[in-house]
Design a protein around this ligand. Structure first.
Ligand code: FAD
Length: 391
């Protein structure tokens, strides 16, 4: 089959990899003029790690990734509130890596070895499902026909809008915005420690990356309109939210305009009754974004892509494959989404009471049995990856 994948993030190239192995022809169209760099780091484990293993990219992920030994929360004066080791929550940390989202994307893209046609700096403007083919109108290129189209174009998916309906029908805003930016030469550095400070309305987190770069992640409570495509307005919103904050927040805000990369978005989930329609399917955040609160969106995107490709390799036609894809994954995805919605207070407490609960919760999580009971179970993936039939 001739398959068009829209979006070259995490899910798109993973799907391309497996479709190519099944003998299909794959074209990826990516809106950005080049594959993105920078952004933020993701913790990567669970069933997504299993998919990466099957793709043979784990050694590459380890080379590009980081091993953080501790997540430490501090108060306004920089005193330790709690420290949690990844092993306390995840158990088996040999199957876990922290990696730049763009490095994960690059590792997957390298595994494609140029076998997929990659169209950069373009997107889809219209999709017409004609029953036996999908007629695709691009923004700048001539129209083409494909057997299947898969939207892997993230939280604000154009494919979802074009085929399934407006964002408002599926997007659930969680009352928070997230910003991530990288600053060179910031001091102090705490190598191998993710260090964070929360107060009412926000959390600021910093991690040390290679080449003397520090990554900051700010999660901020916000109701009302969220500025889009306006960096000044976005940074003003962050300044207002962190004004008068303790720990290093004044220095972080001072450093923000020097950032080499700046990512800002609303924190939302995508909840849809179905991820497929006719000859069009969705994977990753486009289909079922769990939000960054879940800490598993990349892994889920890879599991969804693998599963969709595996079902296409096993089933008699795309109709059966799409149905199996949804049947197999919908319960897992829904459970991750449900678990994530309760975690807002950890990333941006609404009030003093929530701050108190967050700090108490972090202290409890440092205790081995409790960490596993409270968080560990929600992090383990109860899903069996279907077998894959290579061409
Ligand atoms: C701050 C933060 C922290 C996170 N931490 C974690 C974590 O610890 N662990 C984890 O597993 N996940 C984490 N996530 C979630 C994870 O990054 C996403 O779930 C994951 O990237 C989803 O992959 P995707 O391929 O579906 O979408 P994306 O990675 O968003 O990729 C979508 C691609 O589509 C392109 N695109 C968009 N629109 C169009 C269009 N119209 N036409 C063509 N191309 C288009 C984009 O440019 C992009 O390349 C985090 C997210 C955030 C924001």
């Amino acid at each position: 089959m001739d398959v068009l994948i829209v979006g070259a993030g995490i899910g798109g190239p993973t799907l391309a990899y497996w479709l190519l192995r099944a003998g299909h022809q794959v074209t990826i169209v990516e809106r950005a003029p080049q594959l993105r760099r920078g952004g933020y780091v993701v913790d990567f484990w669970g069933a997504g790690f299993d998919v990466a293993e099957r793709m043979g990219i784990v050694p590459d992920l380890r080379d590009r990734g980081y091993t953080f030994t501790q997540a430490r929360s501090v108060d306004g004066a920089g005193r330790r509130v709690a420290s949690v080791r990844p092993a306390t929550i995840l158990g088996d940390i040999t199957r876990y890596v922290t990696i730049g989202r763009s490095d994960l994307a690059a590792a997957i893209d390298d595994a494609l070895d140029g076998a997929a046609e990659l169209i950069l700096d373009d997107t889809v403007r219209a999709l017409l499902d004609e029953g036996s083919r999908v007629r695709v109108t691009f923004e700048t290129r001539p129209a083409r026909d494909f057997d299947l189209v898969v939207g892997a174009d993230g939280l604000h998916s154009a494919v979802r809008r074009l085929v399934f309906g407006p964002d408002e029908r599926f997007e659930r805003y969680l009352g928070m915005v997230i910003a991530a930016f990288e600053v060179p030469g910031y001091r102090p550095r705490d190598e191998s420690i993710a260090i964070m400070h929360a107060d009412v309305g926000f959390q600021a987190l910093r991690v040390c990356l290679r080449n003397d770069v520090t990554l900051f992640l700010l999660s901020v409570r916000h109701e009302g309109a969220v500025p889009f495509d306006d960096r000044e307005a976005q940074q003003d919103l962050l300044r207002r939210a962190l004004a008068g904050g303790g720990w290093e927040t004044p220095a972080i805000l001072d450093a923000m305009p020097r950032a080499e990369t700046f990512y800002f978005d609303r924190v939302s989930q995508i909840r849809m009754p179905s991820w497929t329609r006719g000859r069009v399917a969705l994977v990753g955040d486009a289909a079922a974004c769990p939000s960054f609160l879940a800490g598993q969106g990349s892994a889920l995107a890879m599991v969804e892509s693998y599963t969709l490709a595996a079902e296409l390799s096993r089933c008699t036609d795309h109709v059966a494959a799409f149905a199996e894809y949804e049947r197999r994954l919908a319960p897992l995805v829904r459970s991750k989404q449900d678990a994530a919605t309760g975690l807002g207070l950890a990333f941006a407490p609404k009030n003093r009471w929530q701050l108190f609960l967050r700090n108490g919760g972090m202290r409890l999580m440092a205790l081995p049995k409790v960490g596993d009971m409270v968080m560990g179970r929600s992090f383990r993936d109860k899903v069996e990856l279907p077998p894959f039939m290579a061409a």
